[in-house]
Ligand binder design. Structure first.
Ligand code: PEP
Length: 248
């Protein structure tokens, strides 16, 4: 039985004062829930997250990582540095990184590898754009994104990772994939992994992301292959995030 996992992606939001409230509320609000919980904050607030969350059942992580180990890469942050701040998770391949910052499948696979080598758990995002869904190529796109990581890091690497299916058209739009639409792609992801290794596929946590809210979380997470959520907007409102964790 896979455990449910809810991860918040704060994106570029918050400040020291608002974060403190949010972190304290989440820490208290999910205490005792039988669900894995994490928050992925902007880099400068990782130490704040550590200070508030240490010793709780909420893990913390970052939203991106360099594909390089170290060196002359101005502005970049390595996986080892994230480890220094106690990060357990790091998001790789978020659609905003893919579309605004040019993270190709190859770059995402390299970031995934860098995260793993530093002992972090990648939350590896895949998903199609609206145009791709309308052209009926969702399965091709998601398979191509998955295969880039499988080719570089091997199928066993997915035993120590989390996959997040995030249809780009549902992120921050208020437009959620229906439970059936989401389940279909989650099953496709699990089947693709099962073709390589049935054991890895059976244990793989596959999160849904895209306008998940307290009102739709339960139905989405009741689907056979939906093991939790990657939450953007609703992760910034403590009561909403806690309600999603409770639904899980
Ligand atoms: C996300 O940023 O990964 C996300 C799913 O955002 P939202 O929940 O706001 O759609």
């Amino acid at each position: 039985m896979r455990k449910k996992f809810v991860a918040g992606n704060w994106k570029m939001h918050g400040n020291l004062a608002t974060n403190d409230d949010l972190l304290q509320s989440v820490r208290a609000g999910v205490a005792g829930l039988a669900v894995e919980v994490a928050v992925c904050t902007p880099y400068p607030y990782l130490d704040q997250a550590r200070k508030v969350l240490e010793g709780s059942n909420v893990a913390w992580g970052a939203q991106d990582v360099s594909e390089h180990v170290q060196g002359a890469y101005t502005g970049e942050v390595s996986a080892m540095m994230l480890g220094d701040f106690g990060c357990r998770y790091v998001i790789v391949g978020h659609s905003e990184r893919r579309s605004y910052y040019g993270d190709t499948d190859a770059v995402v696979a390299a970031k995934f590898e860098a995260a793993m080598k530093a002992g972090l758990i990648p939350i590896f995002c895949v998903g199609e754009t609206l145009d791709e869904r309308e052209k009926n190529v969702t399965a091709d796109v998601v398979t191509r994104q998955l295969d880039a990581v499988i080719a570089r890091c091997g199928i066993a690497s997915l035993a120590k990772a989390v996959v997040a299916y995030e249809p780009v058209w549902a992120i921050g739009t208020g437009r959620t994939a229906s439970p059936e639409q989401a389940q279909e792609v989650h099953a496709l992801i699990r089947d693709r992994v099962a073709r390589e290794d049935a054991g890895v596929a059976a244990g793989l946590q596959i999160l849904y992301g895209g306008s998940m809210k307290p009102g739709n979380a339960k139905e989405l997470m009741a689907q056979t292959d939906i093991d939790g959520g990657l939450i953007g907007g609703a992760a910034l409102v403590a009561a909403d995030f806690i309600a999603i964790c409770a639904a899980a």
